[in-house]
Design a binder for this molecule. Structure first.
Ligand code: IVH
Length: 666
């Protein structure tokens, strides 16, 4: 088979898998197999750049950033929908239609969930995706073609087995983020110290309006298509026929959509959908009813901004007002201290809400939230309740602004908020709210690497008061362990041996294990070098000395100094040494040839493992990162290197093969 045919076969195979995964939700191969096929296609396209096509599945990773969005004029304006606030208004809508049509007649409606996302228009010429835009002001939208291409559920080429394709096809739909994807996205944002999104709609809007589509490509955007724009070269009699055609062409169409006979069925659909609202995997704020027959739609026509033949039935607001009885501080497992408002319990969207997070002091200041205030609370779908606003008119005369206290509510130690950060934290190694998580981290693979101390055992050790902080681990006896549930003497023996074995360790493992905020594995290694593995010096250090270390910034420096200001932390570390921890001496001889350079390893290496590669880089002053960015200096590529290699090539980063890398360090 020649290359061009091979490329075409791979593309259509990948498109099929994409469709099965994103539209039918019924994949037939694993993600790894998909990645392998994509890589194969990528390599062929790399070798034959003349054969790259705009609609290739490789083109979904995003393109270099734009300076701004262009404009696209909608051939047919994108109108909005009139609202019906309750059942009476849905019935009144139907009565209006009957009056306009001049005779009593049964009307067939299409009922659709009203998605809470962003309307977009997708344009296809001869079956190929050519551009896409936002709704904008209804007449002209922004050209977000590059961003839309990253949404895998959007076909770049229409599937044609079932039917032919029109010369021009404009499809409208709603881009949104599923509730579970939204929660995951926010966890990720938090882990990367990026701002979290207030709700799925904001997250979808922020992602779609990125000038850098490579960022959009990392966001979990979904779409359902629900409306025709201009269509040339093919006609349809009803909206349901058009929706069926959309499905055949490979567009995702909401499975909740129903054909209804008469307005009573619409009322029933509406209340059924409302009762299931919180169980759907995405957020909706109502139902949409459209006259199914296109001739009837035409007869009914439009008002200035919305069609007469459709209506949006709105759901009851998921908002209520209540009173803040108190504001307490709550300490999370990571030591983050969060203010929480205790509310006079109130039912919002069928669920009783009695607590709402106020996030942090900045947020409290921004909204000027006070004890005694009457607040508007909102629950959007399954998403955590939030304060929308304060009803100032109802504020008691004697109220005063709320200021968080500076001590931890769980252990009374000082809490600390680094300059420029929003979250205040408790750094006490024996804070009861954090102790389980601190121990989990202490024993983990890249920290002290203590086998056999899992989550269940830690729960028991803490609950039975055997361990209050990490040093207590080294005080445990076989007898104490064998008394615990599901602990045979043999495994108690093994656990004690693992604890004893872990005592001979390195500075960086031990420091990483302490869980000082912002001191991960890499920074711990940097500190090991800077302090030549001397723990005493490190415990007595100051901000100036720390800031003098390359790779240690002011926040890390201050956090470390604050950590050692808590005498309890110093005691616990000294206890560890008294109980037998010994740190390996550090050899600082190796020439720091990679100082300041960042490496990424990808693919399978042959003569060294990735971990060894990382150690080689770090022992020479460099840094090994997990993903390729503009900050990467070198990518070391082994066999079957995939998307990271692609990204390196895209960003023009130097790529080394394994032997070239090893030559550098010989
Ligand atoms: S049809 C002329 N169908 O609601 C009809 N819109 O207020 C135009 N929306 O901008 C839209 N789900 O963002 C339609 N199933 C659905 C919808 C839907 C959500 C949004 C869309 C539109 C707004 C109209």
């Amino acid at each position: 088979m020649n290359t061009s045919n091979k490329i075409n076969d791979l593309r259509s195979e990948l498109n099929d898998h994409n469709y099965r995964y994103y539209v039918l939700d019924d994949p037939v191969i694993s993600d790894a197999e998909y990645d392998r096929l994509l890589r194969e296609l990528q390599l062929l396209e790399d070798a034959h750049p003349d054969l790259i096509a705009d609609d290739s599945p490789t083109q979904r990773v995003g393109a270099p950033p734009l300076d701004g969005f262009g404009n696209i004029r909608h051939r047919i304006p994108m109108q909005s929908l009139a609202n019906a606030m309750d059942t009476e208004e849905i019935l009144a809508f139907h009565d209006r239609l009957i009056r306009r049509l001049g005779k009593e007649q049964a009307i067939e409606y299409i009922a659709e969930p009203k998605l809470d996302g962003l309307a977009v228009e997708l344009v296809y010429e001869k079956g190929k995706f050519v551009n896409g835009s936002t709704r904008g002001d209804g007449t002209t939208g922004e050209d977000i073609t590059q961003n839309l291409k990253t949404i895998r559920a959007i076909p770049l080429t229409l599937r044609v087995e079932a039917q032919s394709v029109p010369a021009l096809l404009e499809v409208r739909g709603e881009v949104f983020i599923r509730k579970d994807d939204f929660l995951k996205l926010n966890i990720q944002q938090e882990a990367n110290d990026k701002p979290v999104f207030a709700n799925p709609r904001n997250a979808a809007a922020g992602s779609l309006r990125q000038l850098d589509s490579r960022i959009t490509a990392t966001r979990p955007l979904s779409i359902f298509c629900y409306q025709a724009g201009m269509v040339e070269g093919m006609t349809f009699e009803t909206h349901s026929e058009f929706l069926a055609a959309l499905q055949n062409w490979g567009f995702p169409v909401n499975p909740e959509i129903k054909i209804l006979n008469g307005i009573e069925e619409a009322v029933a659909f509406h209340s059924d959908l409302e009762s299931r609202r919180n169980t759907l995997p995405y957020e909706i704020d109502g139902s949409v009813f459209k006259v199914n027959n296109y001739d009837l739609q035409e007869k009914l026509g439009s008002r200035s901004r919305s069609p007469r033949w459709a209506i949006a039935g709105k759901f009851k607001a998921q908002q209520e007002t209540t009173v803040i009885e108190n504001i307490i501080l709550s300490v999370g497992r990571t030591g983050a201290v969060t203010p929480v408002a205790k509310l006079v319990p109130v039912k919002v969207g069928g669920v009783v809400v009695s607590n709402v997070t106020l996030h942090n002091q900045d947020e409290i200041d921004r909204k000027d939230i006070r004890v005694g205030d009457t607040v508007l609370i909102q629950r959007a779908g399954d998403v955590i309740p939030q304060v929308v606003k304060i009803i100032l008119e109802k504020r008691p005369a004697n109220s005063s602004p709320f200021k968080m206290i500076n001590t931890c509510p769980e252990c009374d130690h000082d809490i600390y908020r680094p300059e420029g950060e929003v979250v205040a934290r408790c750094q006490n190694l024996s804070c009861p709210a954090q102790v389980k998580r601190r121990i989990e981290h202490f024993v983990s693979k890249n920290a002290m690497d203590i086998d056999g101390v899992g989550e269940k055992l830690i729960d028991q050790l803490v609950e039975k008061n055997l361990v209050k902080s990490v040093d207590d681990l080294f005080r445990l006896s076989v007898d104490q362990l064998s008394d615990l549930e599901r602990m045979a003497e043999k495994s108690a023996d093994n656990t004690i041996s693992a604890l004893n074995n872990s005592k001979s360790t390195t500075f960086h493992r031990f420091v990483h294990a302490l869980g000082i905020r912002n001191v991960g594995e890499h920074v711990a290694k940097v500190l090991e070098k800077a302090f030549s593995g001397n723990m005493e010096d490190f415990m007595k250090t100051n901000v100036e000395d720390l800031e003098a270390i390359v790779e240690v910034g002011p926040i890390v420096a201050e956090t470390i100094v604050k950590f050692w200001t808590d005498k309890n932390n110093v005691n616990i570390v000294n206890n560890c040494f008294d109980l037998g921890i010994v740190l390996e001496p550090v050899n600082n001889e190796t020439e720091q040839i990679f100082a300041g350079k960042t490496f990424v390893f990808t693919g399978s290496l042959e003569s060294i493992t990735r971990k060894e590669g990382k150690e080689i880089v770090e022992s020479r002053g460099g840094r090994a990162a997990g993903s390729v960015s503009t900050k990467t200096d070198y990518v070391v590529a082994g066999k079957n290197a995939g998307s990271k290699l692609m990204k390196a090539e895209e960003l023009g980063i130097s790529v080394l093969i394994e032997s070239e890398f090893l030559d550098l360090v010989k």
